[in-house]
Design a protein around this ligand. Structure first.
Ligand code: PLP
Length: 421
């Protein structure tokens, strides 16, 4: 950060400098307690917890979120502490901090620390499941056709090696409703079905799946269930004690706004005897399944501790508030886009079938050029999807976005539709 940027950041109301001899950045004022009905002023204070320049509107949470200032500070302070004294004695507290993050994760997902494995990301979590379950020729794995490669290609590749079969349940567009999927899974199950692998909220068009109902169906038939939570962990107020999957996966660097290369794998107590660990090395976790499953060798413990800070920030704000806010911003974006000629919205018009991932085709505009213009000229960051299948732009707003971001984005879209890119 150059001196002018730094001075500008300090000029924000209430900003206080976070200064070390080597690194300086401005941090927003301490976050006030969440009011019963959070208003734009409160959400602006939330925005101040992030070091993104004010003029940048990031609508790409489904891909990668910025870490909040408490996360950055913790990573820096803990890394510095470790590197000042890398002795085993000094590092004991890092192991304690990692276990504290496990407790925070368990509370966040409403399960027990004994069921939590801290992984590198959702991809690793999903693959630990598809590699760790004993499957043999004749067995079947039911998948939703719109799963991420880490929960789709991964199963298909392992099917080639171990001889089991994968079957896709089609995913029509627009979202046909929760009952449709419960029925589709019930019909696709056979006596050979051993695992169901779904995505809680798809990254493609933001379809929300009836995870609780599908997990119940699986449980009743003695089938293991994997819910890929990359797009719901840190966005929805996920309660795994209610959903009751056998496995749930997530990444710290998406909606939780935590550090990169940290993730979670929840393994239900009842499923623990049915899965093998894939990696055996030193430094496992200290409780439950982590004692056998999390021996991944040396870890970045400062980042694991910072993961806990990300969860604390969301818990302090209130997870139900975060979910409501992200949904509300998404609905406002949809309402704005609907008023522009030529927009084909792939995401469900029905709020209960979506959350905060919104995909649409912006008429005949070239999406690559449009996305580049939005970023370079309007300072709006989003994702694109090429190809023939539901191509277009993807907006995924989060709790650091404001209604001003929505208005700015809709105004920019109107401009490009009227004048071209
Ligand atoms: C549904 C879903 N699953 C898994 C992943 C993989 O996440 P990661 O790259 O953090 O492992 C993604 C990434 O976008 C995703 O959207």
């Amino acid at each position: 950060m150059n001196r002018r940027d730094f001075a500008r950041l300090l000029a924000f109301s209430g900003a206080a400098p976070f200064v070390t001899p080597e690194i300086t950045w401005a941090r927003g004022a301490k976050l006030p307690p969440t009011p019963p009905s959070p208003d734009e002023k409160f959400w602006a204070a939330v925005r101040d917890q992030f070091v993104m320049p004010k003029e940048l509107t990031m609508l790409n949470a489904a891909n990668l979120c910025p870490s909040s200032a408490p996360v950055l500070e913790t990573m820096y302070k803990m890394t510095r502490d470790m590197d000042q004294d890398p002795s085993a004695d000094n590092r004991v507290k890092l192991g304690d901090g990692r276990e504290n993050t496990r407790k925070l994760l368990a509370a966040f997902l409403r399960v027990t620390p004994e069921e939590i494995v801290i992984t590198r990301n959702t991809s690793e979590s999903n693959n630990l499941v598809s590699t760790g379950i004993d499957l043999k020729p004749g067995d079947e794995v039911l998948l939703t056709a719109d799963n991420h490669p880490s929960n789709h290609v991964a199963w298909q590749e392992k099917a080639k090696r171990f001889g089991f079969k994968t079957i896709d349940v089609p995913v029509p567009n627009p979202h046909p409703g929760f009952d449709y999927y419960v029925d589709a899974f019930a019909k696709a199950i056979t006596p050979r079905t051993k695992v169901i692998g779904i995505t809680h909220l798809t990254s493609t068009v933001g379809d929300l799946f009836p995870a609780k109902e599908i997990c119940r169906l699986a449980r009743e038939r003695g089938i293991l269930s994997l819910v890929d939570g990359a797009q719901t962990f840190g966005l929805l107020d996920v309660d795994l004690s209610d959903i009751q999957p056998d496995f749930y996966s997530g990444s710290a660097h998406k909606w939780p706004c935590g550090p990169k290369e940290n993730g979670v794998l929840y393994i239900n107590k009842t499923a623990q005897p049915k899965i093998w660990a894939s990696i055996f090395s030193a430094y496992p976790g200290r409780v439950g399944i982590s004692r056998t499953f999390e021996g991944f060798g040396q870890r970045d413990e400062p980042a694991m501790i910072a993961f806990g800070e990300a969860l604390k920030l969301q818990t302090d704000i209130g997870r139900a508030h975060i979910e409501k806010r992200s949904r509300e911003l998404t609905s406002a974006l949809i309402d704005g886009l609907k008023k522009i000629d030529g927009m084909k919205i792939w995401t469900s018009p029905e709020p209960s079938r979506r959350a905060a991932v919104l995909s649409f085709q912006p008429g005949s505009l070239d999406v690559r050029k449009l996305s580049a213009a939005l970023y370079q000229k309007d300072r709006i960051g989003c994702a694109t999807r090429g190809g023939q299948d539901r191509a277009g732009l993807r907006f995924s707003p989060h709790f650091y976005n404001t209604h001003a971001d929505v208005e700015k984005t809709i105004a920019a879209m109107k401009k490009y539709v009227a004048n071209g890119v």
